[in-house]
Design a binder for this molecule. Sequence first.
Ligand code: NDP
Length: 258
Amino acid sequence: MSNFTNRVAAVTGGAQGIGAATALKLAAGGATVVVLDLNEDRAKDTAQRISDHPDVLAAGGKAVAACCDVTDEEAVDRVFDDIHREFGRLDILVNNAGITRDNMFFKMERPDWDSVLTTNLTSAYLCSRAAQRYMVPAKYGKIVSLSSRSALGNRGQANYAAAKAGIQGLTATLAIELGPFNITVNAVAPGYIATSMTAATAERVGASPAEHQQAVAERTPLGRVGQPEEVAAAVAFFAGDDSSYISGQTLYINGGAR
Ligand code: NDP
């Protein structure tokens, strides 16, 4: 496994779900991880839990919390500036913060289109732009963004699918533009992962999380849904030096489903 000793990472939406699992994975490799999230208390709790984890203590890693709305341009620039001032470097950015506002297209109102595009895609533009200011002079960087299997099309998710397909285009293009500065840029595109996001989807369609997961498991070759740690493992691969010649790629993490 890649060694993240002395690496500084920022994980957006890191207070829970896939982001929290990713922050833990990087810190357990020795990284200092900044857990960026809207909810300051939850970000602090998560950062503390990560810092106290035995694997993190053993590796010399740690996590700290920072409150930031990743759709707010000024707040994003400020928080990345603060990270660089405090730790002197920024090696890894994980663009993970995301939301869903599902609806059939003919009923999809403009605010739900805008908020999903802004939170899932514009945030990645803002955070990547802020991060590369420190990565380019250092001639080192790893940017990993969360796309989704929904990028291929998913009923009721025109806004989310468009944003997650946008992540793939952004990733491919940043790989071209930032490659000369030894910065790799990749994306992961998970299918159904058991988190608060998919629990909320279950609730919306009138099912319990367990019933909803069972229905998805039945059409997935591996016969189950994914766990946040299984996405975190792939993000950590792209965030580490084991993937040093891989850039511009999107990896689907979907239990074998096409
Ligand atoms: P969760 O909803 O569990 O976690 C997302 C986190 O992002 C929350 O802590 C949320 O805070 C935070 N967040 C939302 N908006 C902002 C914002 N503007 N600024 C800062 N933080 C914000 O989601 P998952 O862990 O399930 O998903 C993580 C990523 O993976 C998302 O990009 C998602 O689209 C993607 N993904 C998830 C899949 C799944 O099946 N779960 C499948 C494919 C992709 P708060 O709760 O306070 O809003």
